[in-house]
Design a protein around this ligand. Structure first.
Ligand code: PLP
Ligand code: ZN
Length: 414
């Protein structure tokens, strides 16, 4: 892969960091808050000579968008095959919900089974570029495996921090990549604080803390793929699960960038989904606030979205409002029902945090906030195997028989 990317390195690309708050610009380096105003930094690109066919001609991987990713030397790319996931026309689910133009961006099909492989691939590549000697993350469950898998491919030690109450399979999974797994007896916000101190004191690249401006760039490839899969057309409406709000903001940033390059026209409504037991961004949206009031104790079994103090909350609010979208929350029961419906209609087995976008779409349709003729893409961000605790015993319907031919009579109706 690295050698394939190397062949493109003749193209011109310059990256800088720009403050979201005061617009001050900085050379690209290991910096995540504006030294002047402490605002969040994001990556800005100067590229030229790009066209749709440049991207299309390359191997199907997030790295085909190399000029819009913040890595300077292609030999630093760490690739385990993230991205390039299907955009499925969901006719059966659409019929069930009463909407004609429904698509599922199926990001359960990533190397570690969640969309977090996209940002982890970019962040670990950047850690290599910065010559960092170790990486890590603060995780609600999915980022842990994504970071660990990319770290091991890069040959870097990896330290993952997560709340001790995340799903068992997510803990089992991450231990298999050989990472140092630290379970914190506290909330995600406690975990995040420890991760901040770790990178300040111990020089590690925490992918979603000190590498954050680079990390989020990986997520935007989901939108670049959606647009390309629709034949270089912006979808009318995209619904995104929100934890910190970073994914939603990144998708919108990706769309703006290819719009500026003249590759796509038209606008997309961006809507955000959260569980009722932890919905600080949705609550702020509904109250008309432009800031987010933290949720101290999340009470949801949708663990992957349980961030009480969303780092990109205010920016996500602004993005949703400017795009004409909405924020909506659903109960855990509605998220679980949506996961089951998605599996039973489209054959896609998602975790509740991934399927929550389907639950929110159902609610928005019922409330008349989405028109039944609107084209909607639901981002489904994590696989069902990662969170099996909630699958209730009544739901696991099987038949046990002795190995006798006459037993088949009890199974097939005549
Ligand atoms: C992390 C995560 C998200 C989005 O998280 P943000 O912090 O908002 O970027 C969405 N779905 C799943 C399953 C996740 O693990
Ligand atoms: Zn600033």
């Amino acid at each position: 892969m690295a050698t394939e990317v190397a062949r493109w390195s003749g193209l011109i690309k310059r990256i800088r960091l720009v403050c979201r708050n005061c617009s001050e610009e900085y050379e690209s380096r290991l910096l995540y808050a504006c030294p002047k105003c402490l605002g969040a930094l994001e990556v800005k690109y100067e590229v030229s000579g790009m066209s749709k066919s440049t991207f299309e001609s390359r191997k199907r991987s997030i790295w085909r968008y190399f000029e819009l990713l913040p890595i300077e030397d292609p030999s630093n790319v760490v690739d385990i095959g993230s991205g390039n996931t299907p955009l499925v026309k969901a006719d059966r689910l659409g019929e069930e919900l009463g909407i004609r133009e429904l698509y599922i961006k199926n990001d359960t099909l990533n190397p570690t089974f969640s969309f977090k492989d996209r940002p982890a691939s970019v962040a670990v590549s950047k850690a290599k570029e910065f010559r960092l000697v170790a990486v890590g993350c603060a995780s609600t469950g999915n980022l842990a495996s994504a970071t660990a898998a990319h770290a091991t491919k890069a040959g870097l030690p990896c330290y993952v921090f997560m709340p001790s109450d995340v799903e068992r399979n997510k803990i089992l999974q991450v231990t298999q990549y050989g990472a140092e797994v630290v379970l914190v007896n506290g909330t995600y916000d406690d975990v995040n604080r420890l991760a901040h101190v770790s990178c300040d004191l111990y020089d590690v690249g925490i992918v979603n803390v000190n590498l954050r401006p680079y990390y989020v760039e990986g997520s935007k490839t989901m939108m670049l793929e959606i647009v390309e899969q629709l034949g270089w057309r912006a979808p009318e409406h995209v619904i995104v699960p929100m934890a910190s709000g970073a994914l939603l903001c990144a998708l919108h940033k990706g769309l703006k960038e290819i719009e500026e390059l003249g590759m796509v026209k038209g606008s997309t409504r961006m809507s955000g989904a959260q569980p009722e037991g932890c919905s600080p961004i949705v609550d702020a949206f509904k109250k008309g606030l432009d800031y987010v009031i933290p949720v101290e104790r999340p009470t949801t079994l949708v663990k992957s979205l349980a961030i009480g103090m969303p780092g990109d909350g205010a920016f996500a609010l602004k993005t949703v409002r400017q795009s004409g979208g909405v924020c909506e929350s659903v109960s855990d029961g509605e998220a679980l029902y949506a996961a089951s419906l998605l599996a039973k209609t489209e054959g896609i087995f998602a975790e509740p945090g991934g399927a929550i976008t389907v639950a929110v779409l159902k609610k928005l349709l019922e409330d008349g906030k989405v028109d039944r003729s609107e084209e909607v893409v639901c981002c489904v961000t994590g696989a069902g195997f990662k969170a099996t605790e909630h699958i209730s015993q009544q739901d696991v319907r099987t038949k046990l028989i002795s190995p006798k031919i006459e037993m088949l009579n009890t199974i097939f109706a005549r």
